[in-house]
Design a binder for this molecule. Sequence first.
Ligand code: MG
Length: 258
Amino acid sequence: MKISTLIIVLPLTATALLAEDVQSTSDAGRWSKEKMQSHRPAMITPPGISTHEQAGKAPSDAVVFFDGTDLSKWKGGKKKDGKTLTWLVKDGYMEVVRGTGQIETLDQIEGDCQWHIEWCTPAEVKGNSQGRGNSGVFIGGYPEVQVLDSFQNDTYPDGQASSLYKASVPLVNASRGPGKWQTYDVICIREKKGADGKLIQPGSITVLHNGVVTQFAVQAGGKNKAGGLRLQDHGNPVRFRNIWARKLNVPAVAAPKK
Ligand code: MG
């Protein structure tokens, strides 16, 4: 191409791109003012970023189940001599107390949802395989999302951190070392049926471990319409903090309506 041709073509291309961009802000052909109004996504405040020292704030549309202060939104523990023995709450986290049993949220989230959980296995390494930093996250109706110190700790792949316990091996091992705070973001899609009772979409679960996808739309669980969160006492002093959930309104068929 000659240099003179380039000089002519480039400004034309830039003008065409600009025209396209300007049109896309209104796109009057497809989006009337009323339709834009009724389809506009709700504005929310996104979550604060967690650091090792401090948990970030939940997003503004989340139901907060544990903000580091108390277990008022949880049930469970073990009754002994008229007292309920439960997990320890300290310095913004809760910690499994061996033998007190699992704890569970009082409330459930109905329908599709997103859960955020932060966890930390003991800095002092004890035990190996399934005996090292073992706990677990159970979202109503789905398999256990395994919590384990899987940093240089070999175990069966469908039982390591971020596995769906004995159901699905994680895509990668995204573990941080013992004593480091880690995150799970879990997206639960519940089974959807049409008016005729036929299955439109099966239930599925997607897991991000430390921001990395480790389970993607695995078709396991999701048959029930709602569920809370249960945390496992496996005898190891695993810590949890910053637990929240958001209800999702995901259409059964992802394609936009015309
Ligand atoms: Mg477990």
